[in-house]
Design a binder for this molecule. Sequence first.
Ligand code: GDP
Length: 297
Amino acid sequence: MFDNLSGRLDSVAQRMRGQGRITEDNIQETVREVRMALLEADVALPVVRSFTDEVKKRALGAEVAKSLTPGQAFIKIVQDELVRVMGGEAAEPLNLSVQPPATILVAGLQGSGKTTSIGKLARYLREREKKKVLVVSCDVYRPAAIEQLETLASQVGVEAYPVSSGDDPQRMARKAIDHARRHYFDVVLVDTAGRTTVDDAMMDEVKRLHRAVDPAETLFVVDAMTGQDAAKTAQAFGEALPLTGVVLTKADGDARGGAALSVRQITGAPIKFMGLGEKTDALEPFHPDRIASRILG
Ligand code: GDP
């Protein structure tokens, strides 16, 4: 991700070498390079603007440490700002400290990797956090989606609450949570129906489901490969639901990484995990600082 930015910044930073300070003059070109690189990485335009404005402001006010060239100092400022916008140093954990079972509602477009991510999260919670996990599919319109979740659940060794196509999503979610309460599950992962594009019916349903289950976590799943569209989808889901986190999927693909920056900035919700493949172990907590270093090479 973001290979571009690293290459571009290196070359402009080279050119800044020999100049003693960061000034309005010598920063023009570098800021332009950052803007171009972010646009090429598919970061949404308003996010690019606010990012470059902030970088410029910080750079102009910055003292350049004696040990650094202005170019190096500038790269450090860009890197710090990337980390800041993506949520700071540490990975944000799931907040499951509620009266069990903690419910995690998972929303996103069809094909974004919702169901796969639920399988991965179930495995992660069971293996790493020693939680007793129940999954339930509220995608009652697609028998294949229900089946897919059941298959994943058995693969990762967690229980799937039985659902048939045509059942009422809110009722099934409530029943699953009730089952979880009676059988001492720690976590219930709720899969929701997606559509291929944002539409009112989908948003209304997921909002109703949110009210019905009152989740501890409301996660938005977004495909890193969708670039500019990821920003638009994030906006729609962020307006419809009080998101508590994001799962950025397909970060293993050749996406240019812009989605990470846009989605975080637009929703205000931390990216908590990223998906790095199709298998159930291909999930990692999202570390903004590591991503920022990778971006800058
Ligand atoms: P849903 O419709 O949102 O539930 O999407 P699915 O979970 O069915 O995933 C859609 C496709 O994306 C499937 O082929 C998944 O294997 C694939 N997929 C999901 N997450 C990832 C990921 O992190 N990396 C890659 N490479 N593929 C993924």
